[in-house]
Design a protein around this ligand. Structure first.
Ligand SMILES: *Cc1c(COP(=O)(O)O)cnc(C)c1O
Length: 366
């Protein structure tokens, strides 16, 4: 839909995205390719928009969480390899074939079910090297070897996921032990991958043929402190903006919002912003915990954030008018609010803030 309501929206900075892709590519180990993680609507950024930009930058492989996400990309004409990282129901197996998607083999039982579908399917085998989430356990070597005897499955990759910085070295050793057993048995070794954003930054020596990069591609890390710990020039690509619908004046002692949680201590101006928690703005930022920016000023959120609306105390920015734009993530003049700031204020990580940005927000590449 090209119709643009400009109620609340996301702007994606194309130049910053291209910068991040080039920067991350320069950090990759020898022979390793970027496989952007564009699950959860590309961490809220818009998976179609992000995939198109990546394709233009020559990227040939993506990973997503679900088959539905993969189908959506194909239906919008996205080519290249698309790896489904998570569970796909057996009734959907034909669609893996139809949409040329690559399925993760979650463990040997799941592999058997996939193999029995009766037609060739592209797969990557997942090895659990200690996270105890998905994957065949690394030490089940006989079982892993038996997985290379499937009739219908084209094994194009084998991978693991690193769950903590402290465990990464051991997880890497376990992963490569599996690979050397396969090599000793003369099985052809497919593409290997184990690095995600933090793996690439902290342990590029773990190598591999692909690096599944999510959060860093979007120009942020999970926590603000990590941005200082890894001083590389990542640039946030997302801005979150909303229109000022109305500006109200409150006399001292008057209150506003649900449960009248905001009370004016002075003659006050309140801007009503067209964005709420249903758009992904955490309700825990209510009552001054979080801020927004207007005309280059940072102002506090007033009272309780509503489902579709948020109040901001703009008393100190008297020029604010209905139709003005407020910035919730991004920059305004010299001020900046990052996804990491929202994460810190609401007790989570930037990944959650971004990936929960709602369907109702329109997304523009600028
Ligand atoms: C989400 C995900 C990634 C990307 O992780 P980031 O930390 O965002 O780079 C990589 N691998 C798997 C299996 C994932 O689920």
């Amino acid at each position: 839909m090209t119709w643009n309501s400009k109620r609340a929206w996301i702007e994606i900075d194309r130049a910053a995205l291209h910068h991040n892709i080039a920067l991350l590519c320069s950090l990759l180990p020898e022979g390793c390719e970027l496989m952007p993680a564009i699950k959860a609507n590309a961490y809220g950024h818009g998976s179609i928009e992000i995939a198109r930009e990546c394709r233009q930058m020559g990227i040939n492989a993506f990973c997503v969480a679900s088959i539905q996400e993969g189908i959506e990309l194909r239906e919008h004409g996205i080519g290249g390899e698309i790896l489904v990282l998570g569970y796909t129901s057996p009734w959907q197996f034909p669609y893996l074939h139809k949409y040329r998607l690559t399925q993760t083999v979650l463990d040997h039982t799941y592999g058997k079910a996939l193999d029995s579908c009766g037609y060739p399917l592209k797969v990557h085998i997942k090895i659990d090297t200690g996270m105890h989430r998905l994957g065949e356990p690394w030490d089940a070597q006989e079982t892993i070897i038996s997985m290379f005897e499937y009739k219908n499955l084209l094994i194009e990759g084998i991978f693991t996921h690193i769950c903590s910085d402290a465990a990464s070295e051991e997880q890497g050793q376990r992963f490569y032990r599996v690979i050397s057993v396969l090599r000793d048995q003369s099985y052809p070794i497919p593409a290997l991958h184990l690095l995600s954003s933090y793996g690439l930054l902290a342990h590029p020596e773990l190598g591999g043929d692909f690096a599944r990069i999510g959060i860093a591609l979007y120009g942020v890390l999970s926590r603000k402190a990590d941005m200082e710990h890894y001083p590389i020039d990542l640039r946030p690509i997302l801005s979150l903006k909303a229109k000022v619908a109305q500006v109200r004046e409150l006399q001292p002692g008057e209150s506003a919002g649900y449960d009248l949680q905001f009370t004016a201590k002075r003659h006050s101006k309140i801007a009503v912003l067209s964005i709420g928690y249903a758009d992904g703005l955490p309700r825990s930022l209510s009552c001054g915990v979080g801020s927004v920016m207007v005309h280059g000023n940072k102002v506090p959120i007033a009272g309780l954030i509503c489902m579709d609306q948020t109040l901001a105390d703009v008393t100190d920015v008297p020029e604010v008018l209905p139709g003005d734009t407020a910035v919730l993530i991004g920059t305004s003049g010299v001020q900046e609010i990052s996804a990491c700031d929202l994460a810190e204020q609401s007790g989570t990580i930037s990944n959650e803030i971004l990936s929960r940005l709602g369907e109702r927000l329109e997304r523009f590449v600028v």
